[in-house]
Design a protein around this ligand. Structure first.
Ligand code: MN
Length: 488
């Protein structure tokens, strides 16, 4: 069996390929609907998608535009000339007999992304390239027969290919998350992981740390959750180490992830490497792009997570808080507007409130889309101003915040109705202070305080707060007790 000592002798090396479905209205080469969710099988398919003889594909310019935006998010150059090739193979979900893809001249060149890790560090992962291609249909297996659904056939994809710069299952998962955030922030994909809008293929190898060469890799295909990316990498790393420790060889092969058993299973060996007979697709002219065209399309890209991480540094919030806020684009955009409208100290406070709100919602992180009442920028700023003006304690502000998530009233209306407005008026507080100091139970504390034991003031403040129903401004209370006790 493996132990930590044995595992620590080995280094994991991971490269990830990710298929991203582009959020176009229609398919890559036909006018068929590109949103197959909740559609009955084979209802959104054009003859172009299954390659009837005589069909003529026409490239969807919207897909090209999204690829150009994706390239910007990956910090990659866009090729001035790229083109499509045919990758030949037979499979029931690909009745055309070939996949239209970009083998030799992909549209997106080499790039790099910075991936933040939970421990506050980050890693750089290089991108080899990304190419456009069409998706295949889907097969479902039912005992002795299988069914073909071609709704997905012809859906535009970009396949992003990373360099093997990932060296732990934690890094693999973090890379998948960052790629998801980049592609959804940029609006390249709908990002519906449940429906396979992003699918990860993870290439893993294990080698002794003393070895200069990489080990033989296996590829775990079609993972559609961040957690399974991390778990598959870890499982495969350990499986390979076990083989190597027994003196056996790792076979280069494609494996699948069994979610129920939480393990990888062999699907096919790569020994019989296929020859796809790639050739240029004669039906589709090359994509020719000028710098002006590329720049004008990329100029409209929304702010990306890295921008928020950098510009929010000055707020003095923890990295974990910032990353939690960035996990939802609409939350990030909201906080950015608060910085612009209300300044940094207001934004810092609102940032913490947003995190509380996210925790409260637990299921749906997206404050704008949740079942809760959306809270406007101005409401957040007003709530913050009430704290600054000592009208609300920070605890009371949280109560108001949670109430704001249930109803659309202003924070002031809610605070008044819940009787949470702090009393800062001296004469009002003085009445309660007098009452408390006159009470017998305070006698000892008063004497102690007069004798210089400052700690006991907490007890007296507590008594006043209790009597005021928590509404007195505690710093005012303390100030008045000191004044009064000196005079006694
Ligand atoms: Mn592919």
């Amino acid at each position: 069996m493996l132990n930590d000592e044995i595992i620590s002798k080995y280094k994991m090396t991971v490269g990830i390929e990710c298929h991203v479905q582009l959020a176009t209205n229609t398919k890559l080469f036909s006018g068929a609907d590109n949103d197959e969710r909740d559609k009955s099988p084979n209802s959104v398919v054009s003859p172009i998608d299954y390659g009837l003889p005589g069909m003529l594909p026409v490239l969807n310019r919207g897909a090209v535009d999204l690829a150009i935006i994706a390239g910007k998010a990956l910090n990659s150059p866009i090729a001035h000339v790229s083109r499509f090739d045919r990758k030949h193979y037979f499979y029931p979900d690909l009745p055309k007999g070939y996949q239209t893809t970009q083998m030799y001249q992909p549209i997106i060149g080499a790039g790099i992304i910075n991936v933040p890790l939970e421990n506050g560090n980050s890693i750089d992962v290089r991108i080899n390239h990304a190419h456009m291609e069409e998706d295949a249909g889907k097969l479902t297996h039912h005992g002795k027969f299988s069914l073909v659904d071609l709704n997905r056939a012809g859906t535009p994809l970009i396949e992003i290919v990373s360099e093997p710069d990932i060296h732990s299952s934690i890094e693999a998962k973090a890379f998948a998350i960052e790629l998801y955030q980049l592609m959804t922030y940029a609006g390249v994909t709908r990002g519906d992981l449940y429906h396979g809008n992003m699918r990860f293929d993870v290439n893993i190898s294990a080698a002794l740390k003393t070895s200069k060469e990489l080990g033989i890799r296996s590829e775990v295909k079609n993972l559609n959750s961040f957690r399974s990316v991390g778990r598959a990498a870890e499982f495969e790393f350990r499986r390979q180490i076990e083989l190597l420790e027994r003196g056996e060889k790792v076979v280069q092969e494609t494996r699948g992830w069994d979610e129920a058993k939480q393990k990888t299973v062999s699907q096919r060996s790569k020994e019989d490497a296929q020859d796809y007979r790639y050739m240029p697709d004669a039906d589709i002219p090359p994509i020719v792009l000028s710098d002006d065209e590329i720049n004008s399309i990329q100029a409209n890209i929304p702010l990306l997570p890295s921008y928020y991480r950098q510009s929010w540094n000055k707020l003095g919030l923890d990295d974990t808080v910032i990353n939690a806020l960035i996990s939802s684009q609409s939350t990030a955009q909201l906080l950015q507007r608060i910085i612009e409208k209300g300044g940094e100290s207001v934004a810092r406070r609102v940032g913490i409130w947003l995190l509380l709100a996210i925790d409260e919602q637990s299921e749906d992180l997206d404050i704008g889309k949740s079942k809760n009442v959306p809270i406007s920028d101005d409401q957040f700023i007003e709530l913050s101003k009430m704290v600054d003006a000592n009208e609300l304690s920070s605890t009371a502000a949280k109560d108001v915040l949670f109430a704001m998530m249930q109803r659309s009233d202003s924070p002031r209306v809610i605070a008044i109705e819940k009787n949470l407005i702090q009393v800062s008026d001296e004469s009002e507080i003085m009445l309660i202070v007098d009452e408390v100091l006159a009470d017998q139970s305070s006698d000892k504390a008063v004497v102690d305080l007069q004798n210089g034991n400052d700690k006991v003031i907490g007890f007296l403040v507590g008594q006043v707060m209790k009597k005021s129903g928590g509404k007195a401004n505690p710093s005012k209370v303390m100030e008045l007790i000191r004044k009064k006790v000196k005079k006694l």
